[in-house]
Design a protein around this ligand. Structure first.
Ligand SMILES: *[C@@H]1O[C@H](CO)[C@@H](O)[C@H](O)[C@H]1NC(C)=O
Ligand SMILES: *[C@@H]1O[C@H](CO)[C@@H](O)[C@H](O)[C@H]1NC(C)=O
Ligand SMILES: *[C@@H]1O[C@H](CO)[C@@H](O)[C@H](O)[C@H]1NC(C)=O
Ligand SMILES: *[C@@H]1O[C@H](CO)[C@@H](O)[C@H](O)[C@H]1NC(C)=O
Ligand SMILES: *[C@@H]1O[C@H](CO)[C@@H](O)[C@H](O)[C@H]1NC(C)=O
Ligand SMILES: *[C@@H]1O[C@H](CO)[C@@H](O)[C@H](O)[C@H]1NC(C)=O
Length: 283
């Protein structure tokens, strides 16, 4: 009897351990999948489809190499691509005469650290999929034609060091969450069409200004520290006096001219009538 009970106990113990083991394996495998995430081939193939290569800068981007972009651990035959441990590490396509848009497929380049599409003719909104690139440390989309809002999704990129979006057509407010990115040390949204208040988290730090005027200028509807207070729309006294004097002079000149013309016309009429009269009297 005791023997049977002991056996049952140990069987129960055994099955409990088994279940725990299975759970551990499941969790472990899941974590492994997450770390392996993304598909560089799908990422670059998708990018290639939506970019317009007007200058033949991407001649090396053939469909075969796009699908397995890393030639060895660190090197790729594709223009603008570098690898690290066989995964795409950087996409640097600055000043390549590119048009079109950045494909949402970019979210598949899960291990990318540097994305630079600056100084091209790219359009559309800033891709939300960039928010899935959790290792992104530099994003430079400056000097393009990007429109729409700066996506909140970028606040997901906790390693972001450099965010340069200057000289585009971006609208709407600056996401407050960007200020909470601890590592951010270069931030430039100047020369866009952004509006609303500058988040305090980007403007002030405990030791003084975090980012200065240079980061924010050239956005007419953006306000708050560190930008200078908006210029008054009221006309200055000098302006008002100037306009008053100007319009006074103008009306003076106009009425003078009118009087002159009237005088001249009536003079001519008078002369003509006098001529008639003298003709009548001589007759
Ligand atoms: C990768 O290939 C390139 C080009 O052949 C070579 O210069 C580089 O040394 C290689 N790197 C490694 C880590 O093998
Ligand atoms: C990422 O790659 C996977 C597998 O290739 C594909 O099914 C998925 O559609 C891609 N995601 C995006 C956003 O392109
Ligand atoms: C972003 O790219 C532009 C143009 O290529 C360059 O002038 C600028 O310095 C870059 N920004 C940063 C922070 O490196
Ligand atoms: C932020 O990252 C998580 C984890 O990868 C992802 O599931 C989520 O969609 C991202 N959020 C945004 C707004 O991109
Ligand atoms: C930010 O700094 C400016 C200038 O030092 C100061 O006038 C302002 O009150 C500060 N704002 C906050 C919320 O600390
Ligand atoms: C703003 O800060 C940058 C460095 O972060 C510096 O190069 C620049 O001169 C500063 N501009 C002003 C107007 O203070």
């Amino acid at each position: 009897m005791a023997h049977v009970l002991g056996g049952w106990r140990s069987w129960r113990w055994f099955s409990c351990r088994k279940i725990v083991e299975v759970i551990i394996i499941l969790v472990f495998v899941d974590c492994g999948c997450a770390q392996k995430g993304g598909d560089d081939g799908a990422c670059l193939t998708g990018l290639n489809e939506d970019l317009q290569d007007t200058q033949g800068s991407l001649a090396s981007w053939n469909s075969k190499d796009l699908l397995s972009p890393c030639f060895n651990q660190s090197w790729s035959t594709l223009t603008g691509i570098t690898c690290n441990e066989n995964r795409v590490y950087s996409i640097q396509l600055s000043s390549k005469g590119l048009g079109g848009i950045i494909s949402s497929a970019i979210s598949n380049c899960s291990f990318v650290s540097l994305v630079d599409f600056s100084d091209n003719n790219l359009k559309g909104e800033i891709q939300l999929g960039l928010g899935n690139l959790l290792l992104l440390s530099t994003l430079n989309l400056s000097l393009n034609g990007f429109s729409g809002a700066i996506p909140d999704a970028l606040t997901n990129c906790t390693y972001l060091n450099v965010l340069d979006l200057h000289k585009n057509g971006l609208t709407g407010p600056i996401p407050v969450g960007l200020g909470y990115l601890q590592r951010l040390r270069v931030f430039d949204v100047s020369d866009n069409d952004l509006s609303g208040p500058i988040p305090i988290s980007l403007a002030n730090s405990s030791t003084g200004p975090r980012f200065n005027t240079t980061s924010f200028m050239g956005n007419k509807k953006l306000y708050g520290y560190p930008l200078p207070p908006p210029r008054q729309h009221n006309l200055s006294v000098v302006g008002i006096v100037g306009i008053g004097l100007g319009s006074g002079m103008l009306s003076l000149i106009l009425s003078f001219t009118a009087v002159c013309i009237w005088l001249r016309v009536s003079e001519q009429r008078l002369a003509a009538e006098e001529g008639k009269i003298s003709q009548l009297t001589t007759d």
